[in-house]
Design a protein around this ligand. Structure first.
Ligand SMILES: [Zn+2]
Length: 221
């Protein structure tokens, strides 16, 4: 099983300190009709995230009505520029969007929960850091809502129709001590902080946590 890298551990601690990983509040989740659970196919972590979500659902209804259209990597395969799409072929993300929108209509479950998790073997395979996963998670929400709005317009035959689904993002972490945690991920807050500190592939995020000492070219002999 993969574990959190040292760099991802720093990112995780920073996010906790900044209160950007929040306690999940079941009362705020519109789960009267259950929910769509978009997460990674990782069997080491699925049970824990599912149990958390099912527990939220049970505060709204008598049995958990969770629909899981899983893919390796979960919601982070949705964005068009996801490196996992590059590895798997572009249809991999497109068919996930199609599944989510079909489920929301066929099963009449408009609440979609998008999960990213760390450590994630698939993300590691694609060379993605935790910060890059979160960047993709926020983008996944935006692109899914756009696809939903486009489909709704087509279904109703009118422009500017309001979308059919509600989307919330979550992060599942297995800490170095083995404990597993599920957090609500506030996308608006993330966008604010990343407008100041953009996520860059191959670099520590946020940059001030980097141990890398800048090379002073002038000091060269
Ligand atoms: Zn995974």
């Amino acid at each position: 099983m993969v574990t959190l890298s040292e760099a991802d551990q720093k990112t995780y601690e920073f996010l906790l300190n900044m209160k950007m990983l929040k306690r999940v509040l079941p009362a705020n989740m519109p789960m009267e009709e259950g929910g769509i659970f978009v997460t990674c196919s990782d069997g080491d972590q699925f049970d824990d995230a599912y149990q958390h979500l099912a527990g939220c659902c049970l505060t709204h209804r008598a049995w958990p009505r969770i629909c899981p259209p899983n893919r390796m990597g979960g919601a982070i395969v949705i964005p068009k520029n996801s490196k996992i799409r590059e590895m798997r072929g572009n249809a991999y993300g497109d068919d996930l969007i199609t599944d989510i929108l079909a489920l929301s209509r066929i099963k009449k479950t408009p609440f979609v929960t998008l999960f990213a998790h760390a450590p994630c073997a698939m993300a590691k395979e694609a060379g993605l850091s935790l910060a890059e996963e979160l960047y993709l998670l926020a983008l996944a929400k935006k692109e899914l809502k756009q696809a939903d709005a486009a489909l709704t317009e087509k279904e109703l035959g009118q422009d500017n129709a309001e979308g059919n689904i509600k989307v919330a993002c979550f992060v599942h972490i297995q800490r170095l001590d083995g404990l597993r945690k599920t957090y609500f991920f506030p996308v608006g807050q993330w966008q604010l902080i990343t407008s100041r500190y953009p996520v860059i592939h191959g670099e520590q995020w946020p940059p001030h946590l980097s141990d890398t000492v800048a090379i002073d070219d002038n000091s060269a002999a």
